[in-house]
Design a protein around this ligand. Structure first.
Ligand code: PLP
Ligand code: COI
Length: 354
């Protein structure tokens, strides 16, 4: 008889890989835990999810994920505190966003209990994989894709929802140098930019490689229409500090509604920092870099947490940001990670005990 927790059946792995993992030197998303959650959509409905051994998936070559890119995903983290309690951060927001993404890609939406009970059960089974070390966490990757086949360009009749997890360290190893993009676009009005669709990332790889070849780490996307306004980075929303004001662009059809971004806005306001959510023109940032009023830029996202930007390139010129002792980035990073890891009170009710 297989065990059942939270109504989820568990098929245990016969062996564990955990003893091969160096938990003191974790890279990001490089080794994977012993189990995964698997749930299939067939005959017009999502079937009961199961925790199964982490394993390869067999797919028909005509599966529509390969041809038409029907795939969406999420990124979350689980943290273990000093008492070995396990915490998630705003997990229902990830669940809701996954369904928002699915709807846009004509993928059937998931029931909340399959996502939440499945995730909690998976974390209980793989509890030993959740790192305790500061700066490390269990990165959680829920994703849904078209497993049903056929060459007709229309939605599939079968899908898989999987949650895989990876004990992980930092996403970026140091300060990030970015290139403000003036030619390529990540997304357009009416498109899928607001969704966490796999294709949004594939479309960034080529322009990002061009930027890497020039010595940058990431592209900062600008609006597709004029390329005059800063939108977001490849895997992060962007904040700019001019004098003492923290500014981030509004979300739109083209920008992912980041959970870290909206948390940072609330945390900054609670710290008494003046926050503006408005369009930021590239010209404003360049002018502020030139006159010294540009104090900080940073990216915000689940994987990246808060990643300070050391400088940016734009139209063949490079601009360095000052090295300040006290930054909004470090204050806000401490505030958010202390809440996530149960080191500080959580007046917002964001932390979620597993
Ligand atoms: N923007 C993009 C394109 C992303 O991939 C991510 C990462 O998830 C973010 C922003 C940040 O979103 P969140 O804070 O919800 O992780
Ligand atoms: C995350 O921050 O969780 C993401 O999904 C970004 C990813 C592309 C690494």
């Amino acid at each position: 008889m297989n065990a059942i927790i939270n109504n989820i059946e568990i098929i245990k792995a016969k062996t564990t890989k955990i003893n091969d993992v160096d938990f003191d030197n974790l890279k990001f998303g490089h080794v994977f835990s012993d189990h995964m959650l698997e749930c299939n959509f067939k005959d017009g409905k999502w079937q009961a999810p199961k925790v199964v051994p982490y394993q390869a998936i067999a797919l028909d070559p005509s599966a529509k994920i390969f041809h038409y890119g029907q795939s969406v995903f999420e990124g979350m983290k689980a943290y273990k505190d000093a008492n070995e309690d396990v915490w998630l951060f705003r997990p229902l927001d990830n669940f809701k966003r996954l369904n928002i993404s699915s709807k846009r890609l004509a993928i059937p939406e998931l029931p909340e209990n399959y996502f939440m009970d499945g995730l909690k059960t998976l974390l209980q089974v793989d509890n030993g994989w959740i790192p305790k070390k500061d700066g490390s966490s269990l990165y959680i990757r829920p994703f849904v894709f078209a497993s049903g086949g056929g060459f007709h360009a229309s939605p599939a009749d079968a899908y898989k929802f999987i949650i895989a997890t990876a004990p992980s360290g930092a996403y970026f190893s140091g300060k990030v140098k970015v290139l403000i993009e003036e030619k390529y676009s990540r997304s357009a009005n009416g498109g899928v930019g607001f969704a966490k669709a796999g294709g949004n990332y594939a479309g960034q790889f080529y322009p990002t490689q061009l930027a890497i070849d020039k010595g940058y780490h990431q592209v900062i996307w600008t609006d597709d229409n004029t390329h005059e306004y800063i939108e977001e980075a490849g895997a992060m929303n962007i904040f700019v500090r001019i004098n003492d004001t923290l500014i981030t662009g509004p979300t739109s059809d083209r920008i992912l509604d980041g959970i870290t971004r909206k948390s940072i806005i609330e945390l900054a306001e609670a710290e008494g920092i003046s926050v503006e959510v408005r369009k930021i023109s590239v010209q404003e940032v360049v002018a502020a870099a030139k006159d010294g009023s540009l104090k900080e830029m940073f990216g915000a996202g689940t994987a990246a947490v808060i990643s300070p930007i050391a400088g940016f390139g734009y139209k063949d010129a490079d601009y360095d940001l000052p090295e300040l002792d006290d930054t909004y980035a470090s204050t806000l990073k401490k505030r958010i990670t202390d809440i996530q890891t149960n080191k500080a009170e959580d007046p917002f009710g964001w932390r979620y005990k597993v």
